[in-house]
Design a binder for this molecule. Structure first.
Ligand code: BG6
Length: 493
């Protein structure tokens, strides 16, 4: 199949002098240009408060590309091709006059006024509302010809009410099919592979349910702390930063029913059904363990505790670790716990999904083997060692029936095909008008609905206590007790 190539378009990046633009968006767009996946009529207009010229913007973006692009070194002609597409304008997000200037700039950059316009919200979420409104009222209101789309970065809302309000606000100015809510996890190759693995193979789906699966464990572990994002993280915590979006996306992809067709709406309909059947299991306690990292050692380096980080209150109770037991009340999954955990400053950066199957119904060899028989385990490694492994039991060679677990491993590295960055895939999809890997309005609201009861219990003082853990360890010891109470244990990673 030929690579898909979008129509020419102009992308306006609000927040063009920010970190996301520098580390992710520009490097990904450069990589798309370098791979010749974007047409010559594609251009970028950075918009931000910081005064600078287009030339200064180009110089800064050159450094961004050198630091973060995938395709390096940077050939001079490819850079020049990219640089000529970069423009910048200074503007105030709250000032309608600046949007009128933006509109004129866009017209000037659009060949014969026919071009397509894509707006990217890469600013702090506090200014999403004025930007959306001013785009709608000053920039696109009179527009004829060409498409208009808007990409909205996370966090999408701070809670269910604000997410709903933001959806309503967006819908005043844009139709749902023009709105692309990004969750960069969905752009990861291995996350998309969950669907391929499940639905392009015949042998897994028949055992993918409560009859064969004992439980599912999903881990999103990071060694990083919060860097210079203290003021954002203080209001978010891991529940909003990872659980409400990335983690629930992983849960819904693992648990969803096969869609009738591979279209954006069919896939998202199935994901929404999972989210609607999903709940945090409160049959014991509030179904969560939350923690906060104290000082410790990561990769041989001393690191400060969370409350010593920049812009964090010394008495902060924000959680940097969270484990939860989730249940899905539907025919496929009733009674199968999904244990999820995520934390900052853990010993390893790893994201994986482990499907633990039930023990064989009859343990024929248990008397004869010196090793304990272990159930089958399927692990989908999302990062960093992207791949899939299956654990099963095999006979140890020799006389007798000694049994040991062995692992069958598929690694993406072995394919030697470069894996694109999540933003490359998502930016290209948005330009192509394919919203399969973006979150629909009802999906984002359904995932907030799963999380809100936990937040409300914590706020009312009825939820789990905040436990401390040393940076460089696998979270508070209460997390081990939590899963041990069900007769299970966290995977050792
Ligand atoms: C972001 C969070 O959405 O995802 C960060 O805001 C987190 O706190 C990051 O570090 C993790 O993404 P990745 O792709 O590194 O797993």
């Amino acid at each position: 199949m030929l690579p898909r190539r979008p129509e020419p378009c102009l992308m306006v990046i609000f927040g063009a002098s920010g970190d996301l633009t520098y580390r992710k968006l520009i490097p990904a767009l450069y990589d798309l240009v370098a791979a010749r996946l974007l047409p010559s009529g594609f251009a970028i207009l950075g918009f931000a408060r910081k005064p600078k010229t287009s030339e200064t913007f180009r110089q800064e973006m050159r450094r961004a590309v050198e630091e973060f692009a995938r395709s390096r070194p940077i050939p001079i002609d490819t850079w020049e091709d990219f640089a000529r597409r970069l423009h910048y304008m200074t503007g105030d997000y709250n000032n309608p006059a600046d949007y009128r200037r933006l509109q004129q700039e866009l017209e000037a950059l659009s060949p014969a006024g026919r071009s397509n316009w894509m707006f990217y919200l890469a600013t702090p979420p506090e200014v999403y509302r004025p930007i959306v409104e001013h785009i709608g009222s000053e920039v696109t209101l009179q527009r004829q010809g060409g498409w208009t789309r808007i990409i909205v970065e996370k966090p999408f809302g701070h809670d269910l009410d604000s997410a709903r309000a933001l959806n309503q606000h967006l819908h005043r100015w844009f139709r749902e099919d023009q709105i692309y809510r990004i969750d960069h996890y969905l752009g990861k190759e291995t996350v998309q592979n969950i669907l391929v693995f499940r639905f392009a193979n015949g042998i897994f789906e028949p055992i993918w349910d409560r009859r064969y699966v004992d439980h599912v464990q999903i881990t999103v572990a990071e060694t990083l702390g919060i860097g210079n994002r203290g003021s954002y993280y203080e209001r978010a915590g891991v529940i909003r930063d990872i659980m409400q979006n990335h983690m629930l996306q992983l849960v819904s992809l693992v648990a969803m029913e096969p869609p009738a067709e591979f279209t954006a709406d069919a896939v998202r309909n199935e994901k929404v059904k999972v989210l609607k059947a999903l709940r945090v299991d409160t049959s014991r306690g509030d179904g969560t363990v939350r923690g906060q990292y104290g000082p410790g050692v990561i990769n041989g380096q001393f690191v400060p505790g969370y409350t010593q980080e920049q812009d964090v209150a010394p008495d902060s109770t924000t959680e940097t670790y969270l484990a939860m037991r989730l249940m899905i009340d539907n025919w496929r999954w009733a009674g199968v716990p999904f244990y999820v955990r995520s934390g900052k400053r853990l010993p390893r950066r790893v994201t994986e999904i482990a499907i633990q199957f039930k023990m064989p119904p009859l343990l024929l060899f248990s008397e004869r083997t010196a090793n304990e028989i272990q159930p089958n385990l399927l692990v989908l490694n999302i990062q960093p060692d992207e791949g899939i492994s299956l654990r099963f039991s095999a006979k140890v060679p020799g006389s007798g029936e000694n049994i040991q677990p062995v692992i069958m491993n598929f690694s993406y590295n072995a394919l030697q095909t470069p894996v694109p960055d999540a933003y490359e895939r998502l930016l290209l999809d948005a330009m192509l008008g394919d919203s399969t890997l973006f979150t629909r309005h009802d999906e984002v609201e359904a995932s907030w609905s799963v999380i809100m009861p936990v937040i409300e219990r914590w706020q009312s003082g009825q939820g789990s206590f905040l436990e401390m853990y040393r940076a460089g360890t696998w979270g508070p010891k209460e997390a081990d007790d939590f899963i041990a109470a069900d007769g299970r244990s966290w995977r050792v990673l």
